[in-house]
Design a protein around this ligand. Structure first.
Ligand code: LMR
Length: 397
């Protein structure tokens, strides 16, 4: 049987990490996969998570199965983080969150749920979007169409074209939106644009399906939830796939959530029964460890304060690196203007360079960026910035 299979190419993002690890050059720089890094290139366990881990070690007295929905304290914390402490949808019992194996697991449960609600639904993805959206959504048997989102040459959001395209969506379709810190382009929707989208999806009967993987990495935990909260205010039904990989640094613990905001408490309860039923057929229930940790951090005032403090340090560091990169590139005297990078949010931006230049960066300078020219700004440091910018200037000239 196995001889029927043909080997597949490496994953466009995760494959890059493997190639980077295998590179023996000591000047190598990893601007590929979206993981946060410190000045010394470490991806630390966050302080509050470490403290919660100690507490959990002392207190956990069983490894028996957890509930199908996951860790209740975690689910409650995630809903509050997403919608705030006093949202009407929460007060009226219209929101249910189920813990998932990472944001990817959440995206898959959401896609399966959309398929159950409307077998003919098309999911509209922005061009560009996270490469893995395609296989995850297609894996649930849904069709995909795209809407224009970002012009790499002009470094701006194609909002009019986006709206004109989404106007062609049919009732019962879903539109995937990046809640904040757009992956891969870093260009986020303005408050007015979110408002216009809320009006469009409501008018057309399209389900907003939000990927919220970077809350706290853009401008702040509250600010980054603006789009989701606005949709939850204006539109009766919203699906949100969220992740604790980045903002809690829980990457390998695979800790995420699928959250359904529905029109009534009854509909929320029915949606939950389907979300757990879908999960049961794939992996039964989510891994518990990350949910226990994030749940403890969100519940305990001291841990929560420390977590928010460290998250703020991380965000400030990424924003400072954006500014430093722009200034250093300017100083090299290249023609290209990278000023837009300072106005973008989160971990990612496109450099807007050619495939050949991307290959040269890797082959000649051991600098790894994703094939779309996406960089992870957190991989830049004071120590590597000069090597990075002079190397980039060399391939640009
Ligand atoms: C990324 O886009 O680099 C991250 O979301 C990691 C991943 O799984 O692709």
């Amino acid at each position: 049987m196995f001889t029927i299979l043909e080997a597949l190419p490496p994953d466009p993002i995760l494959g890059l990490s493997a190639a980077y690890r295998a590179d023996t050059r000591d000047t190598k720089i990893d601007l590929g996969v979206g993981v946060y890094k410190t000045e010394t290139g470490q991806t630390p366990v966050m302080r509050a998570i470490k403290a919660a881990e100690k507490q959990l070690f002392e207190e956990e007295n069983s490894k028996s199965y957890i509930a199908q929905v996951g860790v209740e304290a975690y689910n409650e914390g995630i809903i509050r983080l997403m919608l705030g402490d006093d949202h009407d949808a929460v007060r009226s019992g219209r929101v249910r969150s189920v813990m998932t194996p990472g944001g990817t697991g959440a995206l898959r449960i959401a896609s399966e749920l959309i398929k159950r609600m409307n077998g003919d639904a098309t999911v509209w993805l922005g061009d560009p979007t996270w490469a893995n959206h395609y296989p995850v959504i297609r894996g649930a048997g849904l069709s995909i169409e795209t809407y224009p989102y970002y012009d790499k040459d002009k470094s701006q959001i194609l909002f009019d074209a986006m709206m004109a395209t989404l106007d062609k969506a049919r009732e019962g379709d879903a539109v995937l939106l990046h809640g904040c810190c757009h992956n891969p382009c870093g260009a986020d929707l303005s408050a007015e644009q979110w408002q216009a989208i809320a009006e469009l999806v409501e008018r057309k009967g399209i389900l907003p399906f939000v990927d919220l993987a970077y809350q706290g990495f853009g401008t702040g935990l509250e600010e980054d939830a603006y789009g989701v909260r606005l949709l939850a205010d204006k539109v009766p039904e919203v699906l949100v796939a969220s992740s604790c990989s980045k903002n809690f640094g829980l990457y390998r613990e695979r800790t995420g959530s699928i959250t359904a905001i529905t029109a009534s408490a009854e509909a929320a309860s029915v949606a939950e029964s389907h979300m757990t039923n879908i999960a049961r057929a794939i992996y039964s229930m989510p891994p518990a460890h990350g949910g226990f940790l994030a749940g403890l951090v969100m519940q305990d005032q001291a841990l929560r304060t420390d977590w928010i403090g460290e998250l703020t340090e991380m965000r400030n560091r990424m924003n400072a690196l954006r500014g430093l990169f722009v200034r250093k590139m300017k100083a090299t005297g290249v023609d290209q203007d990278f000023a837009f990078i300072e106005n973008q949010f989160g971990m990612f931006s496109f450099l807007g360079i050619t495939p050949d230049q991307i290959k040269r960066l890797r082959d000649e300078f051991a600098i790894y960026i994703v094939g779309s020219s996406r960089i992870n700004v957190a991989g830049i440091s004071e120590a590597n910035i000069d090597y990075l910018t002079t190397s980039l200037a060399t391939v640009l000239k």
